[in-house]
Design a protein around this ligand. Sequence first.
Ligand SMILES: Cc1cc2nc3c(=O)[nH]c(=O)nc-3n(C[C@H](O)[C@H](O)[C@H](O)COP(=O)(O)OP(=O)(O)OC[C@H]3O[C@@H](n4cnc5c(N)ncnc54)[C@H](O)[C@@H]3O)c2cc1C
Length: 370
Amino acid sequence: MVKQIAIIGGGIIGATTAFYLSDLQGNENVQVTLFDDDTGQATKAASGIISPWLSKRRNKRWYALAKRGAELYPELVKAAQLSDRAYQQSGTIVTRKSHDDLLALYHEAEIKIQHTSAMGNVELLDADEVQRRMPLLTNAPEGIFVSGGARIDGANFVTELLTRAEQNNVQVSHQRVSLTADGSLETHDGPRKFDRVIIATGAWMHETLQPLGLNIKVRPQKGQLIDITINMPNRWKDMPVMMPESMSDIIPFNGGKLVIGATHENDEGFDLTPKAAARKQLFKNAQAFIDNLSESQITDMRVGTRAYTDDFAPFFGVVPMLPNFLIGGGLGSSGLTTGPIIGYFLAQAILGGPLDDWSQYTKPVSRYIV
Ligand SMILES: Cc1cc2nc3c(=O)[nH]c(=O)nc-3n(C[C@H](O)[C@H](O)[C@H](O)COP(=O)(O)OP(=O)(O)OC[C@H]3O[C@@H](n4cnc5c(N)ncnc54)[C@H](O)[C@@H]3O)c2cc1C
């Protein structure tokens, strides 16, 4: 019998889960409906970087998940036929303020690359070479180039992914829904019962789970970024992304859009107002590397709400005592990297596909419930 599946949330986790439920083996046994409210979505606000390998984070589960996530991207992009408006493997340049720290990181990269084919190749670049590869920079630092790094446009990514899912018979419903105490979904058309429910509501997860009597420890964090429009000659195409140490990332898109981001505000709840101070700071960070910019080139400012857990780690799995409810969230500032692999795992679990040992990637969901 065909099982009715609901996904609540259409960010990177929800959209990827929907796509895989419509694409992987066994999809003929499920009918999927995705509900998404879209307000404040972190994924659509983010223009992001996929390059976890040289992160300063030392959380082993996070690294295992992020590494798998980065590996999945090229496969996902191919399977869903996503365009280069959604994803581009441009390479990333990682910097350090001290030359010795950069050399130590390069050494670490040389070791990691031996068992991480998705990194592509790594090169130690002096400032002149960084400037040659990113001609828009006027004050280029030295850095490490990782060819497997990529940039994604979160809004285009989920839009294209959901379009593919809809072509594969997933229903996408743009509305806010809520759970009821008996596990039904309260929708605009009245209550609906599903065989399985996937909860991917990002920073809103606490509110989503309350009707089930569960208090989940996920808090909102505001993130802001600016778009700067620059005159980008065609020959500058396919520039890498730069991730300067303790500064805003610089993400050039073909066509002359430069994304500078992002901020991390822990005390502004779900506020989506762009703030002048953040705009000023982000612009100043860009000027540190490109000194001929003018504020009139700022053409957009985006705000999204990330979800954080108390140990800064993402989590996913079956909701305790509720075997028909699966959940994934707490992605924080690297959720574009970890979201798709969580979506893949959740879809495999629903479709009865082969499952990895999830404990290598996540603590149990119960760890995040009070
Ligand atoms: C400015 C910014 C820059 C970032 N840069 C990067 C980066 O460079 N690299 C990286 O890896 N990550 C980055 N991130 C983090 C990443 O974007 C997030 O961690 C990730 O997108 C979260 O995905 P999600 O699916 O869990 O949640 P979201 O994308 O927030 O999606 C949750 C969705 O659920 C919907 N929803 C909530 N409740 C309900 C309900 N009751 N009914 C229906 N719908 C509901 C919401 O409206 C929303 O659309 C950035 C984030 C921000 C904000």
